[in-house]
Design a protein around this ligand. Structure first.
Ligand code: PNS
Length: 162
């Protein structure tokens, strides 16, 4: 069985992430979406909230599991017996960072190969940061995130503002 991990901070999950997860699920037998912390970013949603959003949004995809981990991705992949790390690439601007991460992860775990899936064109511009900004400024996020989590995101954005 071919298991892949699909890591990210998912703060919050967007339709761009879901597109990558669905496409990974069509290639690999088992896809573990793992919610991690990015040391360079301060999260708006707790790890539990991010996991909950992903579980709701991927509920219909039978070979997708959602988990969370505080530690090295390379170590998580080893523990879960995953030989593939799937990342989405939106634009050239993502490349340098992702390339560095892929080489670092291979150094830490030579058994795990990083595979890049290119974004679908309609999601090229989309990011979690953009979603958070729009939600906090009262804009419409319905075309940007799974419909089941729209209200939760708006509620949190309102809480932060008040
Ligand atoms: O969605 P993001 O924020 O681009 O995801 C980045 C993430 C969380 C995958 C990355 O920061 C990560 O792998 N964090 C876990 C710690 C780790 O393994 N760091 C890389 C080696 S230093």
């Amino acid at each position: 069985m071919k298991t892949a991990v699909c890591p990210g901070s998912f703060d919050p999950v967007t339709l761009g992430h879901i597109d990558i997860i669905k496409r990974a699920a069509a290639i690999f037998d088992h896809v573990i979406v793992v919610v991690m912390n990015n040391a360079a970013k301060r999260a708006m949603f707790t790890q539990e909230e991010r996991v909950d959003f992903l579980r709701q949004a991927t509920a219909g995809i039978t070979n997708v599991e959602v988990d969370c981990y505080d530690g090295l991705l390379a170590e998580y992949a080893r523990q879960r017996g995953a030989n593939v790390i799937v990342k989405g690439l939106r634009a050239l601007s993502d490349f340098e960072y992702e390339f560095q991460m892929a080489l670092t992860n291979r150094k830490l775990n030579p058994n795990a190969e990083t595979v890049f899936l290119t974004t679908s064109a309609q999601y090229m511009y989309l990011s979690s940061s953009l979603v958070k900004q729009i939600a906090q400024l009262g804009g419409d996020i319905r075309d940007l995130v799974p419909s089941c989590i729209v209200d939760d995101i708006l509620r949190k954005a309102r809480q932060i503002k008040s």
